[in-house]
Design a protein around this ligand. Structure first.
Ligand SMILES: Cc1cc2nc3c(=O)[nH]c(=O)nc-3n(C[C@H](O)[C@H](O)[C@H](O)COP(=O)(O)OP(=O)(O)OC[C@H]3O[C@@H](n4cnc5c(N)ncnc54)[C@H](O)[C@@H]3O)c2cc1C
Length: 200
Protein backbone atom coordinates (compact mmCIF):
# COMPACT_ATOMS: atom_id res chain seq x y z
CA UNK A 1 0.00 0.00 0.00
CA UNK A 2 1.28 3.48 -0.91
CA UNK A 3 0.29 6.54 1.08
CA UNK A 4 0.16 9.94 -0.60
CA UNK A 5 -0.44 13.40 0.86
CA UNK A 6 -1.63 15.97 -1.64
CA UNK A 7 -1.43 19.46 -0.12
CA UNK A 8 -4.00 21.77 -1.69
CA UNK A 9 -7.49 20.93 -2.94
CA UNK A 10 -7.62 23.14 -6.03
CA UNK A 11 -7.55 21.74 -9.56
CA UNK A 12 -3.86 20.78 -9.31
CA UNK A 13 -4.48 18.83 -6.11
CA UNK A 14 -7.57 17.03 -7.39
CA UNK A 15 -6.10 16.15 -10.79
CA UNK A 16 -3.03 14.78 -8.98
CA UNK A 17 -5.25 12.71 -6.70
CA UNK A 18 -7.23 11.51 -9.71
CA UNK A 19 -4.06 10.42 -11.52
CA UNK A 20 -2.72 8.65 -8.41
CA UNK A 21 -6.03 6.90 -7.88
CA UNK A 22 -6.17 5.74 -11.51
CA UNK A 23 -2.54 4.60 -11.44
CA UNK A 24 -2.52 2.73 -8.13
CA UNK A 25 -6.20 1.88 -7.61
CA UNK A 26 -6.85 0.11 -4.32
CA UNK A 27 -3.12 -0.04 -3.63
CA UNK A 28 -3.05 3.64 -2.66
CA UNK A 29 -4.40 5.80 0.14
CA UNK A 30 -4.56 9.44 -0.88
CA UNK A 31 -5.21 12.25 1.59
CA UNK A 32 -5.96 15.70 0.14
CA UNK A 33 -5.14 18.31 2.78
CA UNK A 34 -6.30 21.93 2.70
CA UNK A 35 -6.02 24.87 5.05
CA UNK A 36 -9.72 25.59 4.56
CA UNK A 37 -12.65 23.42 5.62
CA UNK A 38 -13.98 23.37 2.06
CA UNK A 39 -12.24 22.11 -1.09
CA UNK A 40 -11.72 23.37 -4.68
CA UNK A 41 -9.25 26.26 -4.12
CA UNK A 42 -9.69 29.03 -6.67
CA UNK A 43 -12.51 27.20 -8.42
CA UNK A 44 -14.53 28.17 -5.35
CA UNK A 45 -12.76 31.42 -4.41
CA UNK A 46 -11.48 32.68 -7.77
CA UNK A 47 -13.71 31.80 -10.73
CA UNK A 48 -16.52 34.34 -10.87
CA UNK A 49 -19.79 33.47 -9.14
CA UNK A 50 -21.78 34.11 -12.31
CA UNK A 51 -19.73 31.54 -14.25
CA UNK A 52 -21.53 28.49 -12.98
CA UNK A 53 -20.57 26.30 -15.93
CA UNK A 54 -16.87 26.78 -15.12
CA UNK A 55 -17.40 26.12 -11.45
CA UNK A 56 -19.21 22.89 -12.37
CA UNK A 57 -15.81 21.24 -12.82
CA UNK A 58 -15.99 20.69 -9.05
CA UNK A 59 -18.43 17.82 -9.75
CA UNK A 60 -15.50 15.95 -11.31
CA UNK A 61 -13.50 16.59 -8.14
CA UNK A 62 -16.37 15.24 -6.04
CA UNK A 63 -16.11 11.99 -7.98
CA UNK A 64 -12.39 11.82 -7.19
CA UNK A 65 -13.13 12.40 -3.49
CA UNK A 66 -15.70 9.58 -3.64
CA UNK A 67 -13.04 7.06 -4.68
CA UNK A 68 -12.54 4.57 -1.84
CA UNK A 69 -8.86 5.40 -1.30
CA UNK A 70 -9.26 9.18 -1.39
CA UNK A 71 -10.06 11.42 1.59
CA UNK A 72 -10.34 15.20 1.90
CA UNK A 73 -8.99 16.58 5.18
CA UNK A 74 -9.78 20.26 5.67
CA UNK A 75 -8.61 22.79 8.25
CA UNK A 76 -4.97 21.69 8.10
CA UNK A 77 -2.43 24.37 7.22
CA UNK A 78 0.80 22.73 6.18
CA UNK A 79 3.68 24.74 7.59
CA UNK A 80 1.67 25.73 10.66
CA UNK A 81 -0.29 22.69 11.91
CA UNK A 82 2.02 20.10 10.45
CA UNK A 83 5.38 20.41 8.70
CA UNK A 84 6.37 18.90 5.38
CA UNK A 85 9.01 16.88 7.27
CA UNK A 86 6.32 15.40 9.52
CA UNK A 87 4.20 14.53 6.49
CA UNK A 88 7.17 12.82 4.88
CA UNK A 89 7.43 10.56 7.93
CA UNK A 90 3.80 9.55 7.51
CA UNK A 91 3.49 9.31 3.72
CA UNK A 92 5.48 7.74 0.89
CA UNK A 93 5.15 10.97 -1.10
CA UNK A 94 3.97 14.52 -0.42
CA UNK A 95 2.76 16.61 -3.36
CA UNK A 96 2.52 20.36 -2.85
CA UNK A 97 -0.28 21.84 -4.96
CA UNK A 98 -0.85 25.06 -3.06
CA UNK A 99 -1.42 27.48 -5.93
CA UNK A 100 -0.55 31.17 -5.90
CA UNK A 101 -3.19 32.71 -3.64
CA UNK A 102 -1.79 36.17 -2.97
CA UNK A 103 -1.27 39.32 -5.01
CA UNK A 104 2.19 40.23 -6.20
CA UNK A 105 3.16 43.81 -5.48
CA UNK A 106 3.94 45.88 -8.55
CA UNK A 107 6.53 47.94 -6.70
CA UNK A 108 5.24 51.25 -8.06
CA UNK A 109 4.36 54.49 -6.24
CA UNK A 110 0.73 54.72 -5.21
CA UNK A 111 -0.10 51.04 -5.03
CA UNK A 112 -0.65 51.30 -1.25
CA UNK A 113 -3.08 54.23 -1.50
CA UNK A 114 -6.60 53.81 -0.15
CA UNK A 115 -8.88 52.43 -2.83
CA UNK A 116 -6.20 50.40 -4.59
CA UNK A 117 -6.84 46.67 -4.16
CA UNK A 118 -5.22 43.61 -5.67
CA UNK A 119 -7.31 41.23 -7.72
CA UNK A 120 -6.71 38.28 -5.35
CA UNK A 121 -8.20 40.34 -2.53
CA UNK A 122 -11.10 41.71 -4.58
CA UNK A 123 -11.96 38.39 -6.23
CA UNK A 124 -11.63 36.61 -2.87
CA UNK A 125 -13.93 39.17 -1.28
CA UNK A 126 -16.75 38.88 -3.84
CA UNK A 127 -16.45 35.09 -3.68
CA UNK A 128 -16.84 35.01 0.11
CA UNK A 129 -13.25 33.99 0.88
CA UNK A 130 -12.84 34.16 4.70
CA UNK A 131 -9.41 35.82 4.47
CA UNK A 132 -10.84 38.79 2.56
CA UNK A 133 -14.25 39.17 4.24
CA UNK A 134 -13.23 42.51 5.78
CA UNK A 135 -11.82 44.04 2.59
CA UNK A 136 -14.61 46.61 2.13
CA UNK A 137 -13.56 47.86 -1.32
CA UNK A 138 -14.74 51.38 -2.18
CA UNK A 139 -17.76 50.84 -4.43
CA UNK A 140 -19.45 54.17 -3.85
CA UNK A 141 -18.04 55.88 -6.93
CA UNK A 142 -18.95 55.65 -10.57
CA UNK A 143 -15.55 54.90 -12.11
CA UNK A 144 -13.02 52.14 -11.57
CA UNK A 145 -9.70 51.44 -13.29
CA UNK A 146 -8.56 47.85 -13.73
CA UNK A 147 -4.84 47.43 -14.39
CA UNK A 148 -4.17 44.44 -16.60
CA UNK A 149 -6.24 42.78 -19.30
CA UNK A 150 -6.02 39.08 -18.60
CA UNK A 151 -9.01 36.93 -17.71
CA UNK A 152 -8.90 37.93 -14.04
CA UNK A 153 -8.92 41.62 -15.01
CA UNK A 154 -11.89 41.01 -17.29
CA UNK A 155 -13.69 39.14 -14.50
CA UNK A 156 -13.14 42.12 -12.17
CA UNK A 157 -14.37 44.58 -14.81
CA UNK A 158 -17.42 42.45 -15.55
CA UNK A 159 -18.33 42.09 -11.88
CA UNK A 160 -17.91 45.85 -11.32
CA UNK A 161 -20.14 46.66 -14.27
CA UNK A 162 -23.03 44.47 -13.16
CA UNK A 163 -26.06 45.59 -11.23
CA UNK A 164 -27.17 43.65 -8.14
CA UNK A 165 -30.10 41.88 -9.76
CA UNK A 166 -27.79 40.54 -12.47
CA UNK A 167 -26.19 38.34 -9.82
CA UNK A 168 -29.39 36.51 -9.06
CA UNK A 169 -28.77 32.82 -9.63
CA UNK A 170 -25.04 33.13 -8.99
CA UNK A 171 -23.45 31.22 -6.13
CA UNK A 172 -22.09 34.11 -4.08
CA UNK A 173 -22.21 32.72 -0.56
CA UNK A 174 -24.61 34.34 1.90
CA UNK A 175 -25.09 37.36 -0.32
CA UNK A 176 -27.41 40.21 0.32
CA UNK A 177 -27.57 43.50 -1.50
CA UNK A 178 -28.16 46.89 -0.02
CA UNK A 179 -29.43 49.45 -2.45
CA UNK A 180 -28.49 53.08 -1.97
CA UNK A 181 -29.87 56.08 -3.79
CA UNK A 182 -27.23 55.58 -6.47
CA UNK A 183 -27.75 52.21 -8.13
CA UNK A 184 -24.04 51.92 -8.84
CA UNK A 185 -23.12 52.28 -5.21
CA UNK A 186 -25.04 49.20 -4.16
CA UNK A 187 -22.68 47.15 -2.11
CA UNK A 188 -22.23 43.49 -2.16
CA UNK A 189 -21.96 42.04 1.28
CA UNK A 190 -20.90 38.48 1.24
CA UNK A 191 -20.07 36.35 4.17
CA UNK A 192 -18.01 33.25 3.96
CA UNK A 193 -19.89 30.08 4.55
CA UNK A 194 -18.98 26.47 4.59
CA UNK A 195 -21.14 24.54 2.21
CA UNK A 196 -20.77 20.99 1.15
CA UNK A 197 -17.90 20.42 3.56
CA UNK A 198 -16.38 17.10 2.74
CA UNK A 199 -14.32 16.15 5.71
CA UNK A 200 -14.32 12.44 6.24
C1 LIG B 1 -10.63 35.62 -10.86
C2 LIG B 1 -10.16 34.32 -11.44
C3 LIG B 1 -10.85 33.79 -12.52
C4 LIG B 1 -10.44 32.60 -13.09
N1 LIG B 1 -11.15 32.12 -14.12
C5 LIG B 1 -10.79 30.94 -14.67
C6 LIG B 1 -11.53 30.38 -15.72
O1 LIG B 1 -12.50 30.97 -16.18
N2 LIG B 1 -11.13 29.18 -16.24
C7 LIG B 1 -10.02 28.54 -15.74
O2 LIG B 1 -9.67 27.45 -16.23
N3 LIG B 1 -9.30 29.06 -14.74
C8 LIG B 1 -9.66 30.24 -14.19
N4 LIG B 1 -8.92 30.77 -13.19
C9 LIG B 1 -7.69 30.11 -12.81
C10 LIG B 1 -7.90 28.92 -11.91
O3 LIG B 1 -8.76 29.25 -10.83
C11 LIG B 1 -6.52 28.51 -11.39
O4 LIG B 1 -5.67 28.31 -12.50
C12 LIG B 1 -6.57 27.23 -10.60
O5 LIG B 1 -7.48 27.32 -9.53
C13 LIG B 1 -5.18 26.93 -10.03
O6 LIG B 1 -5.27 25.67 -9.40
P1 LIG B 1 -4.27 25.24 -8.26
O7 LIG B 1 -4.75 23.91 -7.79
O8 LIG B 1 -2.88 25.35 -8.75
O9 LIG B 1 -4.36 26.34 -7.11
P2 LIG B 1 -5.61 26.80 -6.20
O10 LIG B 1 -6.89 26.66 -6.91
O11 LIG B 1 -5.23 28.13 -5.66
O12 LIG B 1 -5.60 25.74 -5.00
C14 LIG B 1 -4.58 25.74 -4.01
C15 LIG B 1 -5.14 25.16 -2.72
O13 LIG B 1 -4.06 25.00 -1.80
C16 LIG B 1 -4.51 25.37 -0.52
N5 LIG B 1 -3.35 25.75 0.28
C17 LIG B 1 -2.52 26.80 0.06
N6 LIG B 1 -1.55 26.82 1.01
C18 LIG B 1 -1.79 25.76 1.83
C19 LIG B 1 -1.12 25.23 3.00
N7 LIG B 1 -0.01 25.80 3.50
N8 LIG B 1 -1.65 24.13 3.61
C20 LIG B 1 -2.75 23.54 3.11
N9 LIG B 1 -3.42 23.99 1.99
C21 LIG B 1 -2.93 25.08 1.38
C22 LIG B 1 -5.46 26.54 -0.78
O14 LIG B 1 -6.36 26.73 0.31
C23 LIG B 1 -6.17 26.06 -2.05
O15 LIG B 1 -7.33 25.32 -1.75
C24 LIG B 1 -9.30 31.94 -12.57
C25 LIG B 1 -8.62 32.45 -11.48
C26 LIG B 1 -9.04 33.64 -10.91
C27 LIG B 1 -8.30 34.19 -9.71
Amino acid sequence: MRHFAVVGSGPAGFYTAEALSKTYGDKARINILDRYPVPYGLIRFGVAPDHQSLKAVSKRYDKVADEPGVDFIGNVTVGRDVSVEELLELYDAVILAIGAPHDRKLGIPGEDLAGVVGSAEFVGWYNGHPEFADLDPPLGGTHAAVIGNGNVALDCARILSKTPHEFEGSDIVGTRWRRSTDRRSARLQSSAGADRTRSR
